[in-house]
Design a binder for this molecule. Structure first.
Ligand code: LIP
Length: 227
């Protein structure tokens, strides 16, 4: 452990695993661009972009909580082609390919069928320490309407749990693209929906996001965007 707040926690493992993944991608796809949490933007062919978080949920990892993951996505001309979230401590490997579905440990997955807010389990997190107040306000609107709320501490896993149907929706503010890019494709390929709080489609620059099983997307958007 090197830095003090949970949000800024970075271990030497973040950097070691980042180096390993970057080297491997560069070896196989020397001309592709990369955007990683630890190395920043490594310019290459602008049409191909790998988005990497070597250790998502570093705060958990540093505090003996098994919810942490490696997150990896590939974009071609602004379209997500591949997404992978691997949580080694709980043995969950999520993978999605554009048009080919989403999988957990090789088995096809679907989002949940729940359409009533009062029967739904919701996940949330915030991308920046400064947004605690905003997150608190959003929780204040959502919590009374739903069965319960959880924060797992790994955005990658939170998105994956919506894709696999363990939870109905996940919302986040000011999140970074490397935390959620694979989850966007996982949820879409599992039959769910991903938008910003106004209902616009995901872009790597979008920080406020709602991932859902589609069936309660509008109801959740209504809560998140209401004043
Ligand atoms: C973390 C997320 C977590 C979020 C933090 C942070 P990191 O990723 O997955 O859910 O609340 O802001 O972004 O920094 O451990 O890779």
């Amino acid at each position: 452990r090197e830095r003090s707040t949970a949000k800024e926690a970075a271990t030497k493992y973040d950097r070691q695993v980042d180096r390993l993944i970057v080297e491997e991608i560069k070896k196989r796809f020397p001309r592709h661009s990369l955007l990683t949490e630890e190395s920043g933007f490594l310019q290459g062919d602008p049409e191909w972009l790998w988005i990497v978080d070597s250790l998502d949920g570093t705060g958990n990892f540093a505090h003996f909580n098994p919810f942490f993951a490696v997150c990896l996505a590939l974009m071609h001309q602004d379209e997500l082609l591949l997404g992978a979230v691997y949580a080694p401590a709980i043995d969950e490997f999520y993978f999605a390919a554009k048009g080919k579905g989403a999988y957990l440990n090789g088995v096809r997955i679907r989002v949940s069928n729940v359409s009533d807010l009062n029967q739904s389990y919701i996940l949330y997190c915030e991308g920046g320490e400064k947004d605690r107040r905003k997150t608190g306000e959003l929780l204040h609107k959502v919590y009374p309407q739903v069965t319960d709320i959880r924060k797992l501490g790994s955005a990658g896993l939170e998105t994956a749990w919506v894709a696999v149907g363990k939870r109905e929706a996940y919302f986040t503010t000011k999140i970074e693209p490397w935390d959620v890019a694979p989850g966007v494709l996982l949820v879409q390929e599992a039959g769910g929906k991903v938008t910003d709080f106004q209902g616009n489609p995901w872009k790597p620059q979008t920080g406020d996001l709602l991932f859902s099983n589609k069936k309660l997307h509008e109801k959740m958007l209504h809560l998140l965007s209401s004043r």
